[in-house]
Write a protein that binds this ligand. Structure first.
Ligand SMILES: Cc1ncc(COP(=O)(O)O)c(C=O)c1O
Length: 343
C-alpha cells in the first residue's frame, strides 16, 4: 500500500478526533442568535475567563473575529497600525477597509522581532489634518513571521506605547496557544495586555470551526451586533462550540509535541541553509534563496513524493506540524525534503 500523504500545508487541515466528534454529538444546543445555546455560552465564558476578560463572542472564523475586533477599536476613516506581513492586511481580503472603512498603515515586516520604538514613531495624533491612529494590532504567534513568539517584554513596551496615545491594542491570537506553550506565559498575562483578542480553535487546537473575540462586556456587546451584520450569527452552534471546548481541554498542552516535531524537521533541513528563521513553535519557514529551487518547484517535487507544503512567496515555503502528523510522518517528510534539497 502506498504511504499516506503527509500534509504539512497548515494546521487548519486537521480533522476532528473521535473524542471531539463524540463531544459534538452530545452537545446541548439552542438558538445562539437568541443567546440560548448553552454550549456556546459556556465556551464564551470559559475563553473570557482564560484571558482574564469580561466577555467573549464565538465567531465562525479567525478572519471574522479579527475584523469584528478591528471594527470595535477603529472607527471608519481612522487608522490601524500593524506589521506589513500581518494576517489582517495580507489574507483578509481587504476586509478592514471594505467592511470597517478602516485605513491601515504598516511597519516593515518584522515578524516577532517588532520594535515598539518604530511603532511609536508611526502614531499620528487626533486632528483634522491627518488620519488619526486608533489602534495597533500584533500577531501572536506570527504566521508569516515563521511562528515566532513576540516576547512578553516587547508586548509590555507596546502597551506603554498604546497607552501614551490612548490607542487600543489588538492581538490576532490565532495561535496564541502556541506562544503560551512555548514561552510558558499564562494566557491571562497575555489577556491583560490587550483591549481585544481574537483566538482560533480551528488551527493548532484541531476544532473544525471557530474563533472567539475577547474583550470587555461593553465591547463584546457591540461585537454581537457587528457579527450579526457580517452574517456571522449562528443558530445551534453548540455542536461547534463543543468541539472547541473539547479542544481547550485536550489539545493545548499537546502543542508541545507539535513544536518538537517542527524542531525535528528544522534540524533535518538546517544543513541545507534553508531555515528562514529559528523555529519556536509549529511553523517551519523555508527560505530557498540560497538554493537553485523556487518554492513552487519544491512544493511540486514534494507533492510527487506524497508530502504537501505551502508556497508563501517565490522563494518562501512553509511546513506546519499539527495534530494529524505523527512522528513517522515527520520523519518521512524530512527524508523526502532533504532528498529534494540535495539534488
Ligand atoms: C495569524 C492568523 N490570523 C487569522 C487567521 C484567520 O483564520 P480563518 O482562516 O479561520 O479565517 C489565520 C488563518 O490561518 C492566521 O494564521
Amino acid at each position: 500500500m502506498a504511504d499516506a500523504v503527509v500534509d504539512l500545508r497548515s494546521d487548519t487541515v486537521t480533522r476532528p478526533t473521535a473524542g471531539m466528534r463524540e463531544a459534538m454529538a452530545a452537545a446541548e444546543v439552542g438558538d445562539d442568535v437568541y443567546g440560548e445555546d448553552p454550549t456556546v455560552n459556556a465556551l464564551e465564558a470559559e475563553v473570557a475567563a482564560l484571558f482574564g476578560h469580561e466577555a467573549a463572542l464565538f465567531a465562525p472564523t479567525g478572519s471574522m473575529a479579527n475584523q469584528i475586533a478591528l471594527q470595535l477599536v477603529v472607527p471608519p476613516g481612522d487608522e490601524l497600525l500593524c506589521d506589513a506581513d500581518a494576517h489582517v492586511v495580507t489574507y483578509e481580503i481587504g476586509a478592514a477597509a471594505a467592511y470597517g472603512g478602516i485605513s491601515s498603515r504598516t511597519w516593515p515586516a518584522a515578524g516577532a522581532d517588532l520594535d515598539p520604538g518604530v511603532v511609536a514613531g508611526m502614531v499620528r495624533p487626533d486632528g483634522y489634518f491627518a488620519v488619526p491612529t486608533r489602534a495597533i494590532a500584533v500577531e501572536q504567534t506570527h504566521n508569516r513571521g515563521g511562528g515566532g513568539v513576540i516576547p512578553l517584554a516587547t508586548l509590555r513596551e507596546l502597551r506603554r506605547v498604546a497607552d501614551a496615545d490612548g490607542l487600543a491594542l489588538h492581538c490576532d491570537g490565532a495561535r496564541i496557544w502556541h506562544a503560551h506553550v512555548a514561552d510558558r506565559v499564562p494566557l491571562a498575562e497575555y489577556g491583560a495586555l490587550f483591549d481585544t483578542l481574537s483566538v482560533c480553535l480551528s488551527k493548532g487546537l484541531g476544532a473544525p470551526v471557530g474563533s472567539l473575540v475577547v474583550g470587555s462586556a461593553e465591547r463584546i456587546g457591540r461585537a454581537r451586533t457587528i457579527r450579526k451584520r457580517m452574517g456571522g450569527g449562528m443558530r445551534q452552534a453548540g455542536v461547534l462550540a463543543a468541539a472547541g471546548r473539547y479542544a481547550l481541554a485536550h489539545h493545548v498542552e499537546r502543542l508541545a509535541d507539535d513544536h518538537a516535531k517542527a524542531a525535528r524537521l528544522a534540524e533535518a533541513l538546517a544543513p541545507f541553509g534553508v531555515l528562514a528563521s529559528p523555529v519556536r513553535t509549529n511553523l517551519v519557514p523555508l527560505d530557498l534563496t540560497k538554493t537553485d529551487l523556487d518554492a513552487r518547484g519544491l512544493a511540486a517535487a514534494a507533492r510527487a513524493e506524497g508530502v504537501l507544503i505551502s508556497v508563501l512567496g517565490p522563494r518562501l515555503a512553509r511546513l506546519v506540524t499539527h495534530l494529524d502528523v505523527d512522528d513517522d510522518a515527520v520523519d518521512r517528510a524530512a527524508t523526502v525534503l532533504a532528498a529534494i534539497l540535495r539534488r
